[in-house]
Structures are given as structure tokens and as C-alpha cells.
Design a protein around this ligand. Structure first.
Ligand SMILES: O=C(O)CNC(=O)[C@H](CS)NC(=O)CCC(=O)C(=O)O
Length: 275
């Protein structure tokens, strides 16, 4: 059994301000006895346009935000999973990535978001992530951490169960979906999707989310949560932003093993392809 924390905040275009919010979250997570902190998608910044996003991006070696979090991780010997932006080749677009900073402060794993959020919902959000973001092309194999074997995915990837199924096949015990969901799609789908991914993978689903108004145009749904491998919501935050908040959950490895042995989900790869 090991405790994890999810952090919920409202990132703006100020990386210094976002780092300060994360430093608060690290303190709260450690005080609560957590052994790792999971932060949302795009925690380094949320811009108000594609052009602003491209103008803000820095390499990890030059990002005050990432360097600051690496210092936190190293000083406290405390792993941090955080969604950031990184420059793409050519300097025209950015990558939407998720990095694992280990207890030595080193970036040891990196996943690049595969599915980009291009939507045009009538009377709802219109967003074209692909205007500024380059899509990833690989599912990252799950990796060992002090809080279990972790598989990485980001936000809109949640709607594509293939990633979760592939991570489960490779024995992930925790699957992350750091997010910045829109309010209407969050109200309609967020919890149902997260619980479905947990139930079908029999893994913990760890979903740290952005919350509140980032700028005049963008607001996120919040409701960060952790779902256990039986589909129960075991940690949950709200949908209003007042201050950076954490919630904690115990990761019970025996529960994962018990559920997987009591109800084996053996795939019929003779009927449909293995993912
Ligand atoms: O823009 C950034 O910097 C950070 N990226 C995001 O906020 C992304 C792309 S706009 N948001 C989503 O994928 C929301 C998905 C969603 O809301 C759904 O699937 O319903």
C-alpha cells in the first residue's frame, strides 16, 4: 500500500505563477504522506492562443518551470509527474508532453500526447489543438516507480481506450490522464470515461486536472480524481478554483491482483487484433 497525491490548480500564461502553485502542491502532498504527486496537463502554462503557446514554450533545460520542479523533486526526494509543453522540431509547433521527474530530480520518462483535441461544438467549445501542437506517435511502455508500474496518457487520449488496453497488457498498475477538460464535455463525459478506463484495465486511474478560468477564453472543468481498479472514485476534488488543492489515495497492489485474478479479462485476440 502506498499513498499518492493528485494536484489541482489553475495555470495561466505566467510560468512563475504556475511554478509557485506547484510548490504549494508539493508541500501539501508531502505533508499528507504521499510518495508521488501527479499534476495536470499543461501545468507549465495555458495560453490564450496558438501563437501565444508557441511563443511561451521553452526546452526543459531552459524552462524555469521545469527546472524549479526538478529542484523540488530532488530536495524532497519526491517524484513528480507533470504535463508541460516542449518545442517541436522546426520551431513552429509545440509538443504536449508528460514527464516523470524521479526522486533524484531527473526526467526519466516522457510521453507525447497522441490524440489532439480538434473540436467545433455548436454553442460550445471550439478548439484546434493541432494548430499549435505536434501529435505524438508512440505509446510509452509502463515503467516502475516508487508508487507502482505507471502508464502515461494525456487528457483527450482518455477517449481512445486502445492506449489504456495496451498499457494494461504491459502490466500497468496506474494509468494517468492529466487533463484540462472543457466544462461542457467534462460535465457530460469525464467521470464516466475515467471509471470505464479503470474498470476495463483493472488499474488505478489517476486524473489530475486543471480547474477554473485560465484567461478570458478558457475555463477547465476540474473534478480531479483517482479511480480504483473496481471503478470506485477514491479521491475527488471540486470544480471551482480557490487555491491549489490536493487529494490523496492509497494504491493497494493486493486489490489490483485480487480483481485481476477474480475476474480475468482474457482478450480474444483470435477474433480481434491484439493492442
Ligand atoms: O492547450 C493547452 O495548452 C493544453 N491542452 C489542452 O488543454 C487540451 C487541448 S486544447 N485539452 C483537451 O485535450 C481537452 C479534452 C476535452 O475536453 C475532451 O476530451 O472533452
Amino acid at each position: 500500500m502506498v499513498k499518492i497525491a493528485i494536484g489541482q490548480l489553475c495555470s495561466t500564461a505566467s510560468m512563475a505563477h504556475n511554478l509557485a502553485q506547484c510548490q504549494t502542491l508539493v508541500k501539501k502532498a508531502i505533508a499528507a504522506g504521499a510518495k508521488a504527486l501527479f499534476l495536470p496537463e499543461a501545468t507549465d502554462y495555458i495560453a490564450s492562443s496558438s501563437a501565444e503557446s508557441v511563443s511561451l514554450v521553452r526546452s526543459v533545460q531552459q524552462s524555469e518551470f521545469v527546472l524549479g520542479l526538478q529542484r523540488e523533486a530532488k530536495n524532497a526526494k519526491f517524484p513528480i509527474n507533470v504535463g508541460i509543453h516542449e518545442p517541436a522540431q522546426g520551431g513552429i509547433k509545440v509538443k504536449n508532453t508528460l514527464i516523470w521527474i524521479d526522486e533524484h530530480g531527473e526526467i526519466v520518462q516522457r510521453y507525447q500526447k497522441i490524440h489532439l483535441f480538434d473540436v467545433e461544438i455548436k454553442d460550445g467549445p471550439v478548439l484546434k489543438e493541432s494548430a499549435s501542437v505536434e501529435a505524438g506517435t508512440q505509446i510509452l511502455p509502463p515503467f516502475e516507480t516508487p508508487v507502482g508500474r505507471v502508464g502515461l496518457a494525456i487528457c483527450f487520449d482518455l477517449r481512445f481506450p486502445e492506449i489504456s488496453i495496451a498499457l494494461k497488457r504491459q502490466n500497468a498498475q496506474l494509468i494517468t490522464f492529466p487533463s484540462a477538460f472543457t466544462v461542457p464535455t467534462g460535465q457530460a463525459h469525464w467521470e464516466a470515461l475515467l471509471r470505464a478506463r479503470a474498470i476495463e484495465t483493472q488499474a488505478y486511474v489517476v486524473a489530475a486536472a486543471q480547474v477554473g478560468a485560465h484567461n478570458e477564453k478558457r475555463r477547465s472543468y476540474g473534478h480531479s480524481m483517482v479511480v480504483d481498479p473496481w471503478g470506485q472514485v477514491v479521491a475527488k476534488l471540486g470544480g471551482e478554483f480557490k487555491e491549489p488543492e490536493i487529494a490523496t489515495a492509497d494504491i493497494d497492489f493486493d486489490l489490483i491482483d485480487k480483481i485481476r485474478s477474480e475476474m480475468p479479462l482474457l482478450r480474444r485476440t483470435d477474433v480481434y487484433p491484439e493492442i
